[in-house]
Design a protein around this ligand. Structure first.
Ligand code: AMP
Ligand code: ZN
Length: 470
């Protein structure tokens, strides 16, 4: 029985899908004004694990993810700069160019992390009509007001406002910050449609019944999730920062419009933090995947690191932790190569199923993943399999490959690679060695980066230098 921690009830609950034939799952996607940082990517890895656990349990999953390419201000409330405009100014490009470039970069990142592509990926800018229609319904039902050209959601009209975050309207009013949009009746009201804002040069604009303008950030997720998953669906996810504002406002919009419960399960991933605190793009303290690659890490080393911490526990990123993850992952891959050498056949599947010891491991694994995705425990079980003297190599491979359906570490592709290193790379490697000998570490690092850019990674091991493909 699969149990998931539901933010709505603050409890682990048994999961039963609404529809017999699929689970509907909506995950808030990236705002494509810059590269995703590795904190963002931790959330997508968590969502991928959730999806894989659902698949492992035999469910079909209809996974919808949006791409925010309009409307998201640097604060999740309606303050700060427009994120897309900020990106465009920074790079001297149009907002459309920025959106396209960073959407591609994001798709590359998730591919490298072996995240299964969502069933449907939907851009906010392709769904302006759906958003307008939804705002019209909210307007008709009296949830909105217009002030100084913008359409606002009046949170006092929605009695359940704040249930997800366990906040109530009185507390919100008492704790209101001083600097708020003077058009708002209540500081926590939020914009559904902007026609006037401080961003006069805003390029992305559409006609609407309220004038030419653009949507607020929250409306896109309500409109697109209901378009693709219906007015009631199973699971909605995101990072924990979305609980108090974005998801709270999504509920107000959707349930206000449809008049009944919208989503059964809300799941939220804890943050990746740096030694110095939160990893965020606005604070400038963040790392992106390609920087890890330039430093010689495989993106799956980072995935392995994330698997080691439960999704509801904060994870502090350090390079020491990433090194340990890489080493553990490397030993695992070496073990697989060793087992392949010892295993009589690759046809381990059907022969193993009835063995009690194999069944016991499978049952323990399922118990772990079905207990609110206890992947760290499941990883421990994997290592017990690797070390178990009562299992032969074929049995181990059978279990490892089965478990990897959830871990997503691409273990079936692990073979000892006899790679042929081109002359050009060898020359660079030698130059780097020379630079290191001369204690010119800057040059050595530059050469290592160049080698990585050319598709090869060098590892300095006790046995000497090892070269492998990126
Ligand atoms: P954004 O692109 O800012 O809309 O964020 C994309 C996703 O990353 C959202 O689900 C956020 O909740 C999540 N997120 C943001 N910062 C972090 C972090 N430091 N650690 C983990 N997830 C994060
Ligand atoms: Zn969203």
């Amino acid at each position: 029985m699969l149990k998931l921690y539901n933010t709505l009830s603050r409890k682990k609950e048994e999961f039963h899908p609404i529809h017999k034939d699929y689970v509907g799952m909506y995950c808030c996607g990236p705002t494509v004004y810059f590269y995703a940082h590795i904190g963002n990517l931790r959330t997508y890895i968590f969502e991928d694990i959730l999806k894989r656990v659902l698949l492992f349990n035999g469910f079909n999953v209809k996974h919808v993810m949006n791409i925010t390419d309009v409307g998201h201000l640097t604060s999740d409330a309606d303050e700060g700069e427009d994120k897309m405009l900020k990106g465009a100014r920074r790079e001297g490009k149009t907002v459309w160019e920025i959106a396209k470039f960073y959407e591609n970069a994001f798709m590359n990142d998730i591919k490298k992390l072996n995240i299964i592509e969502p069933t449907i990926i939907c851009r906010a800018t392709d769904h302006i009509n759906e958003m307008i229609e939804l705002i019209k319904v909210l307007e008709k039902k009296n949830f909105t007001y217009i002030a100084n050209g913008n359409v606002y959601y009046d949170i006092t009209k929605f009695p359940n406002y704040g249930v997800l975050a366990r906040i109530n309207i009185e507390d919100l009013q008492a704790g209101a910050r001083i600097e708020v949009d003077p058009n708002k009746k209540n500081p926590y009201d939020f914009v559904l449609w902007f026609t006037k804002s401080k961003f006069q040069e805003q390029e992305m604009k559409w006609p609407s019944p309220w004038g030419v303008g653009y949507p607020g950030w929250h409306i896109e997720c309500s409109a697109m999730s209901m378009k693709y998953l219906g007015e009631r669906f199973d699971i909605h996810c995101g990072g924990i920062d979305h609980i108090p504002i974005h998801h709270t406002n999504e509920i107000a919009q959707s349930e206000g419009a449809i008049g009944h419960k919208w989503v059964n399960f809300w799941l939220h991933g804890e943050f990746l933090i740096m030694d110095k605190g939160k990893m965020s793009k606005s604070s400038g303290e963040f790392l992106i995947l390609s920087v890890l690659e330039q430093k010689g890490y495989n993106p799956l080393d980072y995935r392995y690191l994330c698997l080691n911490t439960h999704y509801r526990t904060p994870l502090t990123f350090t390079f020491e932790a990433l090194d340990s993850a890489r080493n553990a992952f490397k030993s695992l891959k070496n073990k697989i190569i060793e087992f392949r050498g010892k295993s009589e056949s690759e046809k381990y599947d059907s022969q193993m199923i009835d063995l009690p010891i194999v069944q016991k491991y499978e049952a323990d694994f399922v118990d772990a993943i079905n207990d609110d995705l206890n992947v760290p425990k499941a990883l421990g079980i994997l290592w017990n399999v690797v070390r178990d003297k009562d299992l032969n190599a074929s049995e181990k491979l059978y279990l490892i490959m089965k478990f990897d359906k959830v871990f997503g570490l691409n273990l079936s592709d692990v073979y000892e690679e006899e790679i042929e290193v081109p002359e050009e790379i060898l020359k660079l490697v030698n130059e780097r060695q020379e630079a290191r000998k001369n204690k010119d570490f800057k040059k050595a690092d530059e050469l290592r980066e160049l080698i990585t850019l050319k598709g090869y990674i060098i590892d300095d091991t006790k046995e000497g230098i090892k070269i492998r493909k990126v």
